[in-house]
Write a protein that binds this ligand. Structure first.
Ligand SMILES: *Cc1c(COP(=O)(O)O)cnc(C)c1O
Length: 352
């Protein structure tokens, strides 16, 4: 029956998931594994977030509010008066945005090496993916080259801070791109809260900018799948037409609204990440600078896969970067975890 499956899914392997902590623990007889492969927040959600989620669960017999109003209102309190769209994770937002603007067969441009889901979602939609490679030396973006590759494409993806390289794209570069682009620019800001960068002022000046955000990273809700984006006003009604009805469930929306109010724990997470990030970059040979909650490390002469295996044997889970097209095979990406996990990682990588 496999002949029934679309070519794009029968040939390509899809999203690479992190190894399951439980499997690694079993293989190596280790009790507590350090989970540093998925850039999650090591801290569980706080009490108020749990209570908000539980309260919403009491009414789970009802369909959610179709515009996730509790969450959108909390976003307005947090960020100010912008137009927001929401989805099941930023991944859900990305999928819906592609569906809103791209006809099957049209081109989607991706600045590489980067997060794999833009390409996976575009191809699943029947779009043609064209890569705009970053500069080899420092993974920076050449705006003129990016604009040239985009040509008349309706949609382009640019990640900043970039996953997995960790660097941000300067504001002027993004502006230059927005000036030159015919289509929309999706700026993926999944890690923006760990940086000092602020692209929001650009929302007031450009009609072709979408800023993607997630509740999965600094806000510690990866398991609830909540993403959102700042969109220009003209796009909002069309996005909502293209979206899966009720994509953001009521429990996730309520918990996410409460998480936005947790200013203290967000600040603590940020300080914790910045402190450890500095140590990782200063003390680990081959570590790249980073503005996110992870660090990319050149592990040559090992390959990324070899390093991952060796670290897993010590109970430390990190991500091999060999699945990021356009990057060499000798990099790993390690998330900033809690104190114990980070110390375990430092010890294991030194021995390597
Ligand atoms: C984690 C991540 C996302 C997806 O986040 P979800 O909201 O969990 O879907 C998007 N973009 C990048 C670059 C990420 O690393």
């Amino acid at each position: 029956m496999q002949r029934l499956v679309r070519v794009c899914f029968s040939e390509a392997s899809g999203y690479s998931f992190a190894k399951k902590a439980a499997d690694v623990a079993r293989e190596h007889g280790i009790e507590r594994v350090a989970r540093l492969a998925s850039n999650e927040n090591p801290r569980p959600p706080s009490q108020s977030v749990i209570e908000a989620g539980c309260a919403a669960l009491l009414e789970a017999n009802r369909y959610p509010d179709e515009r996730a109003s509790v969450f959108v209102e909390a976003l307005r309190r947090y960020h100010g008066d912008y137009r927001f769209v929401t989805g099941a994770g930023m991944d859900g937002v990305i999928e819906t945005l592609i569906r809103t603007v791209v006809e099957p067969g049209e081109t989607v441009v991706i600045s590489t090496p980067t997060f794999s889901f833009y390409g996976i979602a575009a191809i699943a939609h029947g779009a043609r993916v064209v890569n705009a490679p970053r500069r080899k030396e420092d993974f920076s973006v050449d705006p003129a080259d990016f604009i040239r590759v985009c040509g008349g494409a309706k949609l382009a993806f640019l990640c900043t801070p970039n996953n997995p390289t960790g660097n941000t794209v300067p504001l002027e570069t993004v502006e230059e791109i927005l000036e030159g682009l015919e289509g929309l620019l999706f700026l993926d800001n999944a890690y923006i809260e760990f940086s000092d960068m602020d692209y929001l002022p650009l929302m007031h000046r450009y009609e072709n900018l979408v800023l993607g955000r997630t509740m999965s990273k600094i806000f510690a809700l990866a398991g609830l799948r909540v993403g959102y984006a700042f969109v220009p006003g003209w796009l909002e009604p069309f996005y909502n037409r293209a979206a899966t009805p009720f994509a953001l469930n009521s429990v996730s929306a309520a918990a996410a609204a409460a998480a936005l109010a947790e200013e203290e724990s967000v600040r603590e997470t940020r300080e914790h990440v910045l402190r450890w990030r500095r140590r990782f970059i200063e003390e680990i040979p081959g570590a790249y600078p980073s503005d996110a909650n992870f660090v990319m490390i050149d592990v040559a002469p090992y390959t990324g896969d070899e390093a991952v295996e060796r670290l897993a044997a010590r109970g430390v889970l990190v991500r091999s970067c060999t699945t990021f097209p356009g990057l060499g095979d000798h990099y790993i990406r390690v998330s900033i975890g809690d104190d114990r996990e980070n110390a375990l990682f430092m010890e294991a990588i030194r021995d390597l």
